[in-house]
Design a protein around this ligand. Structure first.
Ligand code: ZN
Length: 312
């Protein structure tokens, strides 16, 4: 190696240096097989950083006979290109369809890259208002984190809005169902279900390994309904929105039970007139201590659930 590098130096040093600089800076995307023709990239479980390019979420890929289906596009144009490169390593099929599972940045801000490649981009219609309202905020929030890695990123909405609670698609001969129960983490949250292989991509309906997040647009009431729709599918493989590829039992432990416990506890507190601080302090966090970021996020989850239930 050393000899050939020395000999090549006069010709190629510029090219090699540029390649190294690119690969050292670009986020690493890798698709692992979870079933025949079905792949998942498991993203970082930390917050958004320059290094992870805000691609701190999982991405899915389904290969059909007539093209590939990408589930979520990452938070930027440049990381979308990395996703496309990673897809090329597992299939020669072009990405012809994209499904955005929700309105959070890492689900759809890479849409522009795939639209330019001619892909049809789908999401549930309940995502539209949320994407339009928060898209500019998401770009603004990511700008100081991603710096020049955000260059090229624009707000590009889906090209096809799905209207039903269950939409059955047949893409390249593969049956795919998009399951939507009025959202949870974001209003457009949907799951992508592959009935033949028993794999479900849950988007932000399921978090494992790290604690789930609640934002002002989140609704625990419909999130629980989405989670119950997941349970009804009885999936063999659960690709969560965040965390390692998992089982339904683990998803129940890390997400479903936490949501139900928060709602039960805060519902009682609201009814009894207990003040919010006391209700937050008395929530039993012991079953969730194994989840990353629990100390930072749990008080906020309790707080937002209390406020939501006051409104119900
Ligand atoms: Zn997310």
């Amino acid at each position: 190696m050393a000899i050939s590098l020395t000999r090549l130096r006069p010709l190629l040093v510029g090219g090699i240096a540029a390649t190294l600089a690119w690969s050292a800076q670009a986020v690493e995307v890798g698709f692992q097989a979870v079933a025949p023709n079905v792949y998942a990239h498991v993203g970082d479980t930390e917050g958004r950083t320059y290094e992870n390019e805000a691609l701190n979420a999982n991405i899915g890929l389904v290969v059909t006979q007539a093209g590939a289906v990408l589930i979520d596009t990452g938070a930027s144009f440049q990381s979308a290109r990395q996703i496309a490169e990673a897809a090329k390593k597992v299939t020669p099929q072009p990405i012809r369809w994209v499904i955005n599972t929700g309105g959070q940045d890492h689900r759809w801000m890479g849409n522009g890259y795939f639209k330019a490649q001619g892909a049809e981009i789908m999401a549930h219609a309940d995502a539209e208002a949320d994407m339009k309202a928060r898209g500019p905020e998401q770009l603004k929030a990511n700008a100081p984190v991603l710096k020049e890695k955000l260059d090229g990123t624009e707000i590009v909405l889906p090209t096809r809005w799905l209207k039903d609670a269950n939409t059955r698609l047949e893409l390249g001969g593969t049956v795919i169902e998009v399951v939507h129960r009025r959202g949870g983490h974001t209003p457009g949250d949907s799951m992508v279900w592959l009935p033949r292989s028993g794999v479900v991509f849950t988007g932000d309906v399921v978090y494992v390994d790290r604690i789930l997040g609640l934002h002002p647009v989140s609704k625990t009431k419909t999130w629980v309904e989405s989670f119950e729709a997941l349970e009804a599918l009885n999936p063999k493989v659960v690709v969560p929105g965040h965390g390692r590829v998992t089982t339904l039992a683990q998803a129940q432990k890390d997400t479903g039970q936490l949501l139900k416990a928060l709602r039960a506890h805060m519902g009682k507190a609201v009814e009894a007139g207990t003040d919010m601080d006391a209700a937050i302090k008395s929530f039993d966090a012991a079953p969730y201590r194994h989840l990353k970021h629990v100390d930072v996020w749990l008080p906020q989850l309790a707080n937002l659930t209390y406020l939501e239930m006051e409104q119900e």
